[in-house]
Design a protein around this ligand. Structure first.
Ligand code: COA
Length: 698
């Protein structure tokens, strides 16, 4: 894709002499941005466009062409693509709209151009996109004349409108772009390709992406994981709510997928997700301009107590801690600052603070080993020289090893100071909260980076043949649902603990089986005609002696027979009674990302509590541990309020084993074990129930 970003020659097909037309604007922008290579306008009628000799077709150009930009109506695009192939062009940007976003016919046309691209080995950006800017290559290959300065931020956006907003923001906030890509309908090049390219792009320090959906979930995750180990990726994904999702799919025809699955995919591949465009801007600024902090200790220097308190409040929300100053720092601050100043964190340099006082406080806290990042807050009091403080803070840009951000809070009076900060690449935020959020994102990324370096995928060997037998029988009988015992057979074959159970036909047999399993036991009616056993008196818990089992057997058989007349009763299943904390482990299969493993505490109440975490299989040890620890009720497993520590180790194993089943048998579309009983430490965990659904095989 190098020629896409750094072509030596570009042809614009549909370049027109008419100023209002997109083909004209594209060509004009390429010239205006100072593109240093060859430019060829392609137009069947015009002899020249903007001083450049025009050619009727791509094939008529006598010299090689690295990149073709197509701006002709959609019906002509396939023939232009054929010309591009014949000419040996390897990269094409299709600006033209009117493809899959318009429905069936457009989708057909889009498929056609994709196939032509594959036939000739052409990489295609778009269609329905705004193009590319590479400010380091003097190339504005878009039809917007907002041309950002060269810098460290790479942006890709699936929406042209969001592209325009980002460019406009960049101009105002003086943030420089390395690459700017409008992906459009993504018939070929998508975010995975872009991340793979930008990962090794030395001019890119941080990547921001706006997406509505990923076309290739697994490729997206692979590319993101590799890339985020090297540079931060910030993603704004729309379609968080079902309304948003609907709008997203009608926008570019994207398959938005379940938003929760995206959350899991982003987390596992080291992507930082933001929810609003201004959060995206806020984070891009800090990552583009500041070094990563070495820890989470924050120092706040402020001329207004209120802003300091707000910043301190925000710390815990965004994963920072208020740094505990060393005695040396406190002594120094005490010696120099007025007696009324607060010398503990937040440092309040008071309303009448001069730039010199700010300077002393900032330099002093910066030397404290517990301080890893600094927020400088300013309220535009009449006593403060805003420009002088701005110049002071600006003087730290690029000179210090820890991140410094500012929140000059106000609007009118602060604007001059903010301009100076921007000019110096010091991120300024409109509120203390936002400044802390930006610094918190850096700390989060740093932690995430350590975590995503865990590359060892956990695997287990299961008895595949046994599972195959079970599934073949289900397919042969034309079923898609497995019985509980079939589901448990599958779990057992992969080493997931299942309570011992025996089906008894007589009360005598039941008592013998119970004695062998060990008391107390659970009795369950065995009948394929009864789905909800407990509703009809078909479950007894805690039968504690042979006598009790015999009585319960007789009682259950007659009770169920009278409540469900005609049901075929095979007898009673005698089950080992297991104790422990109830959790749920489930698997659903996502079209884009594959098996999604869900974990939650609460067993049957899990839907009410909604305290679940998800990860996409296969899992690393880190994934498994973080998925267990990230639920709110995790302390219940570790012995909160005097309870015993649960066997978290065997729970981890169960998660890996269930995820392995999902990987080994793609025909299993859903698997739910609810509850899994997690015993006390060392006591193991047991799948008490099993619900398995398979895809219909033809
Ligand atoms: N080869 C070369 N030039 C060709 C051609 C071909 N096969 N077919 C047509 N042209 C020329 C036309 O003659 C015209 O030049 P002219 O002004 O000298 O006559 C030029 O290409 C443009 O064609 P025209 O029919 O005038 O189309 P247009 O400029 O009105 O619209 C698009 C073309 C691509 C801009 C339009 O179809 C479109 O898709 N617009 C939406 C773009 C968009 O929003 N993209 C997504 C952004 S996020």
């Amino acid at each position: 894709m190098k020629a896409l970003f750094e072509p030596n020659s570009i042809a614009v097909v549909g370049a027109s002499a008419e100023e209002r037309k997109i083909g004209h604007i594209m060509f004009r922008n390429l010239i205006a941005s100072g593109f240093e290579g060859e430019l060829y306008p392609i137009n069947p009628k015009a002899p020249e466009i903007l001083g450049h000799k025009a050619y009727a077709t791509l094939t008529a150009v006598p010299n090689p062409i690295d990149l073709a930009i197509i701006t002709v109506p959609s019906t002509f695009v396939p023939s232009v693509m054929e010309d591009a192939g014949k000419k040996g062009i390897k990269d094409v940007i299709i600006i033209t709209a009117g493809f899959k976003e318009l429905g069936k016919e457009g989708a057909h046309l889009e498929k056609q151009i994709g196939e032509i691209g594959k036939k000739y080995g052409i990489r295609i950006l778009g269609p329905n996109c705004m193009g590319i800017i590479n400010a380091h290559h003097h190339m504005n290959a878009t039809f917007t004349n907002i041309y950002p300065k060269a810098g460290p931020v790479a942006i890709s956006s699936q929406s042209g409108a969001v592209c325009s907003s980002m460019l406009d923001w960049a101009t105002k906030s003086k943030v420089g772009f390395s690459k700017f890509v409008s992906t459009g309908n993504k018939v070929d090049i998508d975010e995975a390709d872009l991340m793979n390219y930008l990962r090794d792009d030395d001019q890119t320090k941080v990547i921001g992406m706006y997406i509505e959906g990923a076309n290739r979930g697994k490729a997206f995750m692979r590319a993101a994981l590799k890339t985020s180990r090297q540079k931060p990726i910030i993603v704004l994904k729309s379609g968080r709510t079902s309304c948003g999702s609907k709008a997203a799919s009608s926008h570019t025809g994207a398959l938005s997928g379940s938003d929760k699955v995206y959350d899991a995919a982003f987390r596992q591949s080291g992507i930082m997700r933001v929810n609003t465009i201004d959060e995206m801007f806020d984070l891009l600024q800090v990552f583009a301009n500041m070094p990563l902090p070495k820890g989470d200790g924050l120092a706040i220097v402020t001329n207004a107590g209120g802003h300091g308190v707000m910043a301190a409040d925000a710390c815990s929300d965004y994963g920072l801690t208020l740094a505990q100053f060393s005695k040396e720092t406190i002594d120094k601050l005490k010696a120099y600052l007025p007696g009324e100043a607060n010398i503990y964190n937040p440092v309040d340099v008071l309303g009448d603070a001069t730039a010199a006082r700010y300077e002393f406080a900032i330099k002093t806290v910066m030397e404290d080993p517990n301080v890893h990042c600094i927020a400088v807050l300013l309220s535009p009091l009449d006593t403060v020289d805003i420009s002088a403080v701005a110049n002071l803070v600006s003087s730290f840009a690029g000179q210090v090893p820890i991140p410094i951000v500012a929140a000059f809070v106000g609007g009118h009076k602060t604007s001059k100071g903010i301009d100076a900060l921007r000019e110096a690449n010091i991120p300024n935020y409109e509120s203390p909260d936002k400044a802390i959020r930006a610094l918190g994102a850096m700390v989060k990324y740093k932690k995430m980076k350590e975590e995503i370096n865990d590359t060892i995928i956990l695997t287990v060997e299961g008895d595949k043949e046994r599972v195959r037998e079970v599934l073949d029988k289900v397919h042969a009988e034309g079923r898609t649902s497995l019985s509980e015992s079939e589901g448990k057979e599958i779990l057992k074959a992969y080493g997931v603990g299942v309570p011992a159970e025996v089906t008894a036909r007589t009360a005598e047999d039941a008592a013998k089986a119970a004695a062998k399993i060990g008391f107390p036991v659970v009795l369950k009616i065995d009948s394929s005609d009864i789905a909800h056993k407990s509703d009809v008196g078909g479950v007894v818990v805690g039968a504690a002696s042979e006598e009790a089992v015999k009585n319960d057997f007789e009682l259950m058989m007659s009770k169920v027979a009278s409540r469900v007349p005609g049901a075929k009763l095979n007898g009673v299943t005698v089950c080992q009674m297991v104790k422990g904390k109830e959790v749920l482990v489930g698997m659903t299969r996502d079209e884009q990302f594959g098996p999604v493993i869900t974990f939650g505490l609460g067993g049957v109440f899990v839907e009410i509590m909604k305290d679940v975490s998800q990860r996409i299989a296969p899992l690393t040890l880190y994934n498994v541990e973080s998925m267990i620890k990230s639920i709110k009720s995790y302390p219940i497993l570790t012995g909160a309020r005097g309870g015993k520590m649960a066997d978290v180790h065997s729970l981890k194993e169960a998660l890996v084993r269930i995820s392995q089943i999902a990987i080994d048998f793609p025909e299993i579309s859903e698997l739910e074990v609810n509850p899994v009983m997690v015993g006390d430490e060392g006591k193991g965990c047991y799948a008490v129930d099993a619900l398995v659904t398979v895809r219909r095989m033809n």
